[in-house]
Design a protein around this ligand. Structure first.
Ligand SMILES: Cc1cc2nc3c(=O)[nH]c(=O)nc-3n(C[C@H](O)[C@H](O)[C@H](O)COP(=O)(O)O)c2cc1C
Length: 373
């Protein structure tokens, strides 16, 4: 199926502007999500077998999730489990609605199977997102897998008021997500990544956990797991600083990693042109660095802290590399663009085969097995 996508579908999609075709595809998937027959067809073609894993109190039917940024507006939420994903992370959402950066702001580096984006959190704002999510819930089409929401900071909000900004979105969206991810690592909002500094992050997490307790009481719902998404460009020392907050601020896990501001070496003029664009790089060139970050976090936390591995996962080998480096869950964005809708189910099937071949009965048994201590 992936062969069919790469040979026939992808060239047609890639002949169009990347953001335009992204939006068209999301609209189509949003329509499909409302048609029972279309949903059944997608399930028949792409649904993954189960490979269950339980983390931070949530049951995941399989470990391969949809990464943040693909479905920023919850346009197609019922479709993601149908095409094999074991969870989805919606957003990034900010407290204020915002248009994002001027277009063009998404570019393909096809020869390297990479993307560069400087979207800048284009999103309808937390209020509108809550309305959209309520509509999905009331329609009875809520996805059958855990749903997370990626929280960003509104561009107009100064860094000094970031904690309040994150907490506003969190409060509005609290009833609609199983877990939240604090995104302090996008390169596309000016100075956002400074919020990865220990003191700033501590303040954000303190405020979020206070809101977590209040909302949990007032909505009679369990407190939500809060994860932190980190940049691949952080030094190991800076990562270690973040890890000192895990216990005091009850961080449920780390999502590693966001896109990178670094660029691979190239002698090709077409790639050099794309790489000269400002923004975050994702896809194959990010794979190795993201795995290094995962491995470092797993070592530092003695594999006790759940890690969501993301960055350059296209194949089961890429997925296995991240699991054995210490990731318990995975996410895919660019791999979906380049490999097509069978990517999640292909990876899950491959992981099941690997576990079987090694005589392992549960995915947990493979997590971190390549770590040399
Ligand atoms: C167009 C685009 C938009 C993205 N938007 C977000 C976002 O809003 N929040 C976030 O945390 N990550 C965002 N990401 C980063 C992805 O979630 C992921 O961390 C990164 O792309 C690496 O994974 P990949 O190599 O599988 O794409 C975005 C990525 C792309 C390509």
């Amino acid at each position: 199926m992936s062969w069919f996508y790469r040979t026939f579908t992808r060239p047609i999609l890639f002949s169009q502007d990347s953001e335009a075709i992204h939006n068209r595809t999301l609209r189509l998937l949003g329509w499909a999500g409302k048609q029972p027959l279309a949903c059944e067809l997608l399930s028949a073609l792409y649904q993954a077998p189960t490979l269950p894993i339980e983390l931070f109190g949530l049951k995941f039917p399989n470990p391969v999730g949809l990464a943040a940024g693909m479905d920023k507006h919850a346009a197609a939420m019922p479709v993601w489990p149908r095409i094999g994903f074991g969870f989805s992370e919606l957003g990034g959402v900010t407290a204020q609605p915002q248009p994002g950066n001027p277009a063009p702001r998404m570019f393909r580096a096809v020869a390297d199977e990479a993307l560069i984006n400087r979207m800048g959190f284009n999103n309808p704002g937390a209020d509108a997102m809550a309305v959209r999510l309520k509509t999905w819930r009331d329609s009875g089409r809520w996805p059958s897998h855990p749903v997370g929401i990626n929280l960003g900071k509104s561009k107009v909000t100064p860094l000094s008021e970031a904690a309040q900004d994150y907490a506003t979105s969190f409060r509005l969206l609290f009833p609609y997500a199983d877990f939240f991810v604090v995104n302090v690592s996008s390169p596309n909002t000016p100075n956002l990544r400074q919020l990865q500094d220990k003191a700033a992050l501590d303040e954000i997490l303190a405020q979020l956990q206070a809101t977590n307790r209040q909302q949990s009481e007032s909505c009679s719902l369990p407190a939500r797991p809060i994860l932190v998404k980190v940049a691949p460009d952080l030094s190991f020392e800076a990562l270690d600083e973040i890890l000192t907050l895990v216990v005091s601020r009850q961080i449920a896990g780390i999502v590693a990693t966001n896109t990178t501001i670094s660029r691979p070496e190239t002698t090709r003029a077409d790639l050099a042109r794309v790489y000269s664009e400002t923004g975050g790089l994702s896809g194959k060139p990010l794979r190795a660095r993201s795995t290094e970050v995962i491995r470092h976090i797993a070592r530092q936390t003695h594999s006790k802290l759940p890690i969501v591995g993301v960055g350059g996962i296209f194949t089961v080998e890429d997925a296995w590399e991240k699991i054995t480096a210490g990731a318990s869950l995975l996410q895919v964005y660019t791999g979906l663009v380049y490999e097509g809708p069978a990517v999640a189910s292909t990876i899950v099937k491959g992981l099941r085969a690997k576990l079987r071949a090694l005589g392992l009965s549960h995915l947990h048994e493979a997590v971190g097995t390549s770590l040399v201590t």
